[in-house]
Design a binder for this molecule. Structure first.
Ligand SMILES: C[S@@+](CC[C@H](N)C(=O)[O-])C[C@H]1O[C@@H](n2cnc3c(N)ncnc32)[C@H](O)[C@@H]1O
Length: 250
């Protein structure tokens, strides 16, 4: 269920005022510093992102909302941010759980924004220095481990399936925020007559993880940040359990 007003702001860790759209693609710069004036971890992160001056606003909120939900389910582990782009999700995963030794960002294309963003975050949290490594390779070139926590925000189309396959093969925890579903490369199974393609594809993905012995959480990040807001979290199941639906912006 979506909360309203102050209760929701408190749960989110930031002010979700409508005058400052969290889904905007404008870059956060020093002009926005006043929006992150508090002492919460999110405000401190926001100030670091503003100092870098390179990141579209929506990407700060996406990374934060994904990471905080994943960290409720999965602690520790080497973080592997697949299709990580600038790698902010990898950084936030370490900020939210310092027991993770390191994070890898896997992306064949390292965007120009990555260096400035990394430098600004290291400036604020020197303890992350040397704990984030980039691999400018496709996912297939990386060897994963059962102790890894694999995260992937907006791995387009069937790349999300390859992320899930790699996690399953390693027996690792995984969280994906899928996007760009298409009927040529994504599998909707027999569900297309009842629901839209993207929901059908993501439903099958959740069931696939559960069938392979994972505890599965189906959640959403706030839709005002991105219309591609379904978050799928899976963790290898120690005992038998199932799929847990937890929708809404907590
Ligand atoms: C939509 S962007 C998402 C970037 C970032 N995660 C975010 O949310 O802002 C998709 C990314 O997938 C990367 N990519 C494409 N093929 C890939 C592959 N085989 N393995 C890893 N990353 C890949 C692209 O270079 C691109 O940066």
């Amino acid at each position: 269920m979506y909360l309203a007003g102050h209760a929701r702001h408190a749960r989110l860790g930031y002010d979700s005022g409508v005058t400052f759209s969290h889904g905007a693609k404008d870059r956060l710069t020093h002009h926005d510093l006043g929006r992150f004036a508090g002492e919460t971890l999110f405000d401190r992160l926001g100030r670091a992102v503003c100092a870098a001056g390179v990141l579209p606003r929506k990407e700060l909120y996406e990374a934060w909302e994904v990471a905080r939900r994943v960290r409720r389910r999965v602690r520790g582990g080497r973080v592997v941010d697949v299709a990580g782009g600038h790698g902010l999700l990898a950084h936030v995963m370490l900020l939210l759980d310092d027991t993770s030794p390191e994070a890898l960002v896997i992306d064949p294309v390292r965007p120009p924004s990555a260096d400035a963003l990394h430098a600004a975050i290291i400036d604020a949290w020197p303890r992350l220095s040397q704990r984030i490594r980039w691999f400018e390779t496709p996912l297939d070139a990386v060897t994963l481990d059962a102790a890894d926590v694999i995260v992937s925000s907006h791995a387009c189309g069937a790349l999300t399936d390859r992320v899930l396959d790699a996690a399953l093969a390693a027996g690792a925890a995984v969280a994906v925020l899928p996007c760009c579903h298409d009927d040529q490369t994504c599998d909707a199974g027999p569900l297309g007559g009842w629901m839209d393609l993207a929901l059908a594809v993501d439903s099958l993905r959740a069931v696939r993880l559960a069938d392979r012995g994972y505890d599965v959480w189906t959640q959403e990040i706030p839709p005002e940040i991105t219309p591609k807001h379904r978050l799928l979290v899976g963790r290898p199941r120690p005992q038998s359990a199932g799929v847990t639906a937890e929708s809404g912006a907590e």
